[in-house]
Design a protein around this ligand. Structure first.
Ligand code: SF4
Length: 287
């Protein structure tokens, strides 16, 4: 029914996943293994409708729907609107439709197109910012600049999407830790998304970054450096009513709150762990 592997954000664990595209059109980020062995392609209308018909026999009344894989927004606007209308007809009880959004896909659409897509029923978008630092984005071959990340995020917010951004803690390595923290805070603050998630870098054997580490080109942060970086990032965030989560399995300290309202308390809590002799890092380090 699906072309595997299949990914979705943690908050979509209970959603019906409809696979509209396969893979990621970029597929070059050094830390990412997700779609490494998958060729990017757009599925035909016939394939999508057959896929939906097959899913319908298992999932009758899903309340939430997530459109996969990586680049659903690369569909032409009129096709995406037709698709959203079809999905709403097939699953009339769905209360929320969401998807990943590539920054360049967002930039390519006009404000008017994004507004039409939002009105057609796509409600929540997730964007992997990963880092706000141009240097780190370049090293990681993200293919997007700091300026483009901000532009993409601001366009999504302006069009009325609920918008969720993600930063990878530790992605600057020891060399660019400070720049990663400060510039990531700058980009997230400029976008002011509805949701901001902070995950920690976990290096998969299969990724290019694993090879960089073996060759001594990239140095992972220690658990205490991760906490120092997280503190620096939060200290420099200026957000209004943004739901913050760092409660992924990768995080050393589980954090949740609303920024900036809970900023001081979140920082104090991190400092408490940072300075405690009882701090034992949890999380699943692969290397
Ligand atoms: S991080 Fe996102 S854009 Fe980069 S290769 Fe992975 S799926 Fe594609």
């Amino acid at each position: 029914m699906y072309s595997m592997p299949l990914f979705r954000p943690p908050s979509e664990a209970r959603s019906l996943i409809i696979q509209i595209t396969e893979g990621c059109s970029h597929n070059k980020c050094r830390f990412c293994y997700m779609y490494k062995h998958k060729q990017f392609r757009l599925k035909s209308w016939q394939e999508i409708t057959e896929h939906i018909a097959a899913l319908k026999s298992y999932y009758h009344e899903p309340e939430r729907i997530f459109l996969a894989d990586g680049n659903v927004l690369c569909l032409k606007t009129e096709e995406l609107i037709k698709l959203l209308e079809y999905i709403k007809r097939e699953f009339p009880y769905a209360q929320r439709i969401s998807s990943y959004s590539g920054p360049l896909d967002l930039i390519r659409k006009t404000d008017e197109e994004l507004k039409l897509i939002r009105e057609a029923g796509l409600e929540l978008l997730y964007m992997g910012v990963e880092s706000g630092s141009d240097r780190v984005l370049t090293i990681m071959q993200k293919g997007v600049s700091q300026k483009q990340m901000i532009e993409a995020g601001q366009k999504a917010m302006k069009a009325g999407f609920k918008f969720s951004c993600m930063i990878i803690s530790g992605l600057g390595g020891t060399e660019h830790m400070k720049e990663h923290a400060l510039d990531s805070a700058k980009v997230i603050s400029a976008i002011n998304p509805n949701y901001f998630s902070l995950l920690r870098l976990v290096v998969e054997e299969d990724s290019d970054l694993a090879e960089d580490i073996r060759q001594g080109k990239f140095h992972l942060l220690t658990p205490l450096q991760i906490l120092d970086e997280n503190i620096m990032m939060l200290e420099n965030m200026e957000l209004d009513n943004c739901i913050f989560r760092a409660n992924h399995v990768s995080n050393y300290v589980n954090q949740a709150g609303v920024l900036n309202k809970d900023k001081d308390a979140l920082i104090e809590r991190l400092k408490k762990f940072r300075n405690s002799s009882n701090f034992i890092p949890m999380g699943n380090d692969r290397l």
